[in-house]
Design a protein around this ligand. Structure first.
Ligand SMILES: Cc1cc2nc3c(=O)[nH]c(=O)nc-3n(C[C@H](O)[C@H](O)[C@H](O)COP(=O)(O)OP(=O)(O)OC[C@H]3O[C@@H](n4cnc5c(N)ncnc54)[C@H](O)[C@@H]3O)c2cc1C
Length: 244
C-alpha cells in the first residue's frame, strides 16, 4: 500500500545530497504518518522505481517528515531527486518499516552508540532528536565517518546539539575508519546498545568486529537485518561443524 505526499521543502547541502521534507496528504488535506524514529519508508518519485529511504526526523505532530537522498551518479532515483525534484511535486511512499528503533521504555536502557558511515547518518538524526526531545539523560555517542568534509553536511547541526545536551557526544571523522576510531575511544563497548547504519558493505565490515568486542547480537541494531541473520547463521553452522 502506498500513500500520497507533497515535497514541501528541499535543501541541497552538498553537491550530491538533497534533504527533503515530505508532507503526507489525502487529497489536499495533510494527514499524520505513523512511524518510529529509526525506521525507513519506500519512496517513489516521478516515474523512478521506489527506493527505501531512512526517515531523518523524529515524528512531528504535523505528520511531515524528512528524508536525505544521495545521488550515486548512476542515473537512478537518487540522481533524479538530487538533480530534478522540486517543491510542490507529488510523491508516493509506503508504510514505515525497520526494527532499528529505541527500546521501550527507554528509561533504564543501556547507553547508546551510533556508528554511521556516509548517508547512514539519516536515521541517527531522527533517533537523536527523539531521545533528546524526551530529555532522557541516557548517554548517546554518535560517530560519523565520511570520505570528505562535504559529506558531513550535518556537522554543525550535531555540534549545536552537543552544546545544548550534556548527555550527547558527537565525533565526526573525515577519511580513516570510523569503526577503528570508535573502538579506540569507547570503554565498556560490550555494555552498550549499538546502532550501525550505512551501506551494506559497512554493516558487513562492522558486524564481525562488534561481535569480537563481546557485544551480544541482541544489542546490535541495524536496518540490514538480512546481513545480521546471515552472519549469525553462518557462524552457528561453522561452530557446529568445528564441534562435530
Ligand atoms: C533500509 C535502507 C535505507 C536506506 N536509506 C537511505 C537514505 O536515507 N538515503 C540514501 O541516499 N539512500 C538510502 N538507501 C539506499 C537507497 O535506497 C538506494 O538504494 C540508493 O540510493 C541507490 O538507488 P538509486 O536508484 O539512486 O541508484 P541505483 O540503484 O544505483 O540505480 C541507478 C541505475 O544504475 C544501475 N546500476 C546500479 N548499480 C550499477 C553498477 N554497479 N554499475 C552500473 N550500473 C548500475 C541501475 O540498474 C539503475 O539503472 C537505503 C537503503 C536501504 C536498504
Amino acid at each position: 500500500m502506498m500513500f500520497d505526499a507533497e515535497i514541501i521543502h528541499i535543501d541541497r547541502p552538498a553537491k550530491n545530497i538533497a534533504v527533503l521534507t515530505l508532507r503526507p496528504l489525502t487529497g489536499k488535506q495533510p494527514v499524520p504518518f505513523s512511524y518510529r524514529a529509526g525506521q525507513y519508508t519506500d519512496v517513489s518519485f516521478n516515474t523512478c522505481p521506489p527506493r527505501p529511504y531512512s526517515i531523518a526526523s523524529a515524528p512531528q505532530a504535523s505528520g511531515a517528515f524528512e528524508i536525505h537522498v544521495k545521488d550515486n551518479e548512476r542515473g537512478g532515483t537518487g540522481s533524479y531527486v538530487v538533480q530534478q525534484a522540486q517543491i510542490g511535486e507529488k510523491v508516493r511512499f509506503g508504510p514505515a518499516r525497520g526494527t532499528a528503533v529505541l527500546a521501550e521504555p527507554l528509561a533504564g536502557s543501556l547507553p547508546i552508540l551510533f556508528l554511521a558511515r556516509g548517508m547512514g547518518i539519516a536515521p541517527f538524526k531522527a533517533l537523536t532528536e527523539a531521545v533528546l526531545r524526551e530529555n532522557y539523560s541516557l548517554p548517546l555517542h554518535l560517530y560519523w565517518g565520511a570520505a570528505s568534509e562535504e559529506v558531513l553536511y550535518l556537522r554543525s547541526y550535531f555540534e549545536q546539539m552537543e552544546k545544548e545536551h550534556p548527555s550527547f557526544s558527537f565525533s565526526p571523522l573525515v577519511g580513516g575508519d570510523v569503526l577503528d576510531f570508535a573502538f579506540a575511544n569507547e570503554r565498556d563497548i560490550d555494555k552498550k546498545q549499538i546502532f550501525i547504519s550505512g551501506a551494506g558493505s559497512f554493516i558487513e565490515q562492522a558486524l564481525p568486529l562488534l561481535l569480537a568486542q563481546g557485544i551480544s547480537p541482541g544489542n546490535i541494531k541495524t536496518d540490514h537485518t538480512d546481513i545480521v541473520d546471515r552472519y549469525i547463521f553462518q557462524n552457528a553452522i561453522q561452530k557446529e561443524c568445528k564441534g562435530a
